[in-house]
Unconditional design. Sequence first.
Length: 156
Amino acid sequence: MNPAIAIRHGELRDRAFVLDLGRRTVETSVSPLRSTTLPIVELAFERLAEYVFDQPHVVLIAHAGERSVGFLLLLDSLPDEVTMAPQGFVAYMAVEADVRRSGVGRALIDAAEREARERGLPHLSLMVTEGNAEAAGLYAQVGFKTERRLLTKTLA
């Protein structure tokens, strides 16, 4: 982890930051196969955040100095949908554009892994859009493996 990056547990006061940064980065979640508008994708993120905040979860906040520069939302009681095995699930992670590729994402993922291990969870899972090569590269670098794929065929 970059020594200039600190990770802490989020608090209620961090929700505004999470919602703001999530809205500003949500376009990385959109597949080029699906036509949509930014307001719809922002609404989908807001609904995801509401869902996470209503479940057992952990919010991790990344700091560079005094500035909040990223967050990760971790669900710790969402079992795998096929095996029903317990897992930690990264529901969303976002990093400010000006500090990407500086270790913030890696620090957040490492912290999420520690949180999952502390809870005795045998797996840490997440989803990434195929077109988000930067994020997919980070996840592969830290040991994530493809387990399933969502296949889509455009019909219109």
